[in-house]
Design a protein around this ligand. Sequence first.
Ligand SMILES: *[C@@H]1O[C@H](CO)[C@@H](O)[C@H](O)[C@H]1NC(C)=O
Ligand SMILES: *[C@@H]1O[C@H](CO)[C@@H](O)[C@H](O)[C@H]1NC(C)=O
Ligand SMILES: *[C@@H]1O[C@H](CO)[C@@H](O)[C@H](O)[C@H]1NC(C)=O
Ligand SMILES: *[C@@H]1O[C@H](CO)[C@@H](O)[C@H](O)[C@H]1NC(C)=O
Ligand SMILES: *[C@@H]1O[C@H](CO)[C@@H](O)[C@H](O)[C@H]1NC(C)=O
Ligand SMILES: *[C@@H]1O[C@H](CO)[C@@H](O)[C@H](O)[C@H]1NC(C)=O
Ligand SMILES: *[C@@H]1O[C@H](CO)[C@@H](O)[C@H](O)[C@H]1NC(C)=O
Ligand SMILES: *[C@@H]1O[C@H](CO)[C@@H](O)[C@H](O)[C@H]1NC(C)=O
Ligand SMILES: CC(=O)N[C@H]1CO[C@H](CO)[C@@H](O)[C@@H]1O
Length: 441
Amino acid sequence: MARWRGWLAMVLVVLAVLSVLGRATEEGTGLGSSERPNVLVLLVDDLGYGDLACFGRENVSTPNVDSLARDGTKFVQWISAASVCKEHTIGEMLRTVDYATGMSGKWQGTAEEVQYCMIMANNTIVEQPTNYDNLTQSYVHVHSPLFSSPAFFNVSRGGRFGDNVEEMDHSVGRILNTLDELGIANDTLVILTSDNGPFAEEGWDKAGRTGGLKGSKGQTYEGGIRMPGLARWPGRIPAGRVSNAPISTLDIMPTLAELTGASLPADRLIDGMSILNELYGQEDPAVRNRTMWHYCGHNVTAARFGRYKLHFATPVWTSDARPSPLCTECCPYGPTNFNGTGGSLCDCAEENLLFHDPPLVFDMILDMEENYPLSAANITNFDQLVASAKSALAAHYATVQPFPNQMLSLPVPALVPCCEGSWVNHDACMCQRYQEGHVYP
Ligand SMILES: *[C@@H]1O[C@H](CO)[C@@H](O)[C@H](O)[C@H]1NC(C)=O
Ligand SMILES: *[C@@H]1O[C@H](CO)[C@@H](O)[C@H](O)[C@H]1NC(C)=O
Ligand SMILES: *[C@@H]1O[C@H](CO)[C@@H](O)[C@H](O)[C@H]1NC(C)=O
Ligand SMILES: *[C@@H]1O[C@H](CO)[C@@H](O)[C@H](O)[C@H]1NC(C)=O
Ligand SMILES: *[C@@H]1O[C@H](CO)[C@@H](O)[C@H](O)[C@H]1NC(C)=O
Ligand SMILES: *[C@@H]1O[C@H](CO)[C@@H](O)[C@H](O)[C@H]1NC(C)=O
Ligand SMILES: *[C@@H]1O[C@H](CO)[C@@H](O)[C@H](O)[C@H]1NC(C)=O
Ligand SMILES: *[C@@H]1O[C@H](CO)[C@@H](O)[C@H](O)[C@H]1NC(C)=O
Ligand SMILES: CC(=O)N[C@H]1CO[C@H](CO)[C@@H](O)[C@@H]1O
């Protein structure tokens, strides 16, 4: 009757692995037959759509992550919840159905206070602030600042960023091996995705690739929001399948709710939908014809409407104005940290957006690169499509409550995890207590 369930999450600027581990060992359910699997969600920060070998990157070697595509299903239209990462409450939900949940990984706020960066093992802060020099391959990271442990320095044909991706892949391999060693691989749903597209403003040598998709992090073009998506559950999720169903990272929570019998939080609207049918290899018309709202700050700047995508506003790219064109299809006009060598995210201020009415409309099946806008000359129901999208958007906005943007004032001291309780002073948030072999908490 013992249940062991863990929640492992690496949520951070450098890497993020968000995981929920649960192991059903009830009478009558042997390994491989349990209805309620362990769940491991690996969220890799700033990994682009084109950064994994199984998604077409030729100069980076990712055999471990690729094994998830071979042994599970590859989702080629996995859309992140936002073009800049946000947090999750999946752990809280699963605790209500007897899952032990936990988070491991890096947590990183802004660079203002070093204490905002820390390393966690099983929900315990083991190092705060993060010491980047001895960060090892146990952590999955591809986000800048780029650093590799010595074993992964200059190993990749894909440059410094490739080194980081290969180190991340190695970490994923260790995690998958551990599932094998524990004999729970067949009893574990593993999902791997990214939080947003590459941070192109830092220059392409430091950033990932979008695999030809337009735009990058901070934008609602596909390069900012379309992620590699992989899901493995041997015997349940078809192996080697490629799915082009539009999936959202917001679907993870409703899907796990359906899978585990947990109730979704009732105090808020849930934007995602269960994709269990699609995971099991069955086409779900509701998923295929869905509507998704792509936000930039407070505003929906684009929407997925079945096979079509509509852009109500697109960023004004000013790359050409840069002294050195480190980035293209990105926004080096940043208010704070553009000093001629770096850049900042495209922002959503009205003066930096170009508004479109009628919206720019693309067919995401024929034109995922968003190069050929459609008009009434191309599709007969163009006006009707735009009208229904606009009225759906108005209906959606009517359900959205104004909420202070926590990201703008991050980190809120009261929300910063500290080694000793919560933020009182800096000393409470400084520790070096990781011991090799020690079991946390
Ligand atoms: C990182 O290095 C510091 C200083 O050398 C050391 O005290 C600490 O234990 C190391 N942390 C890890 C996780 O190895
Ligand atoms: C990286 O590896 C290449 C090829 O092995 C070598 O030529 C180059 O000097 C190395 N660079 C550094 C900075 O070590
Ligand atoms: C590796 O491949 C990417 C994507 O094709 C390409 O943009 C890049 O120039 C290649 N080389 C390095 C060193 O990243
Ligand atoms: C795991 O599942 C796969 C696919 O159903 C099956 O081939 C394999 O034998 C299973 N392994 C174990 C240890 O049950
Ligand atoms: C898809 O959804 C739209 C509205 O969101 C609806 O008008 C259309 O009939 C649906 N198509 C199918 C095939 O279900
Ligand atoms: C610009 O910023 C980068 C990154 O913070 C820094 O490495 C570089 O030294 C700065 N350059 C100048 C000219 O200030
Ligand atoms: C849409 O129609 C216009 C006018 O006929 C044509 O120039 C354009 O190539 C068409 N676009 C697509 C994506 O078919
Ligand atoms: C996390 O908890 C699990 C289960 O108790 C344990 O097996 C594992 O060693 C722990 N990991 C760390 C890094 O403490
Ligand atoms: C064009 C548009 O919808 N702009 C809105 C974006 O969001 C801000 C803040 O909610 C509104 O004030 C703008 O009107």
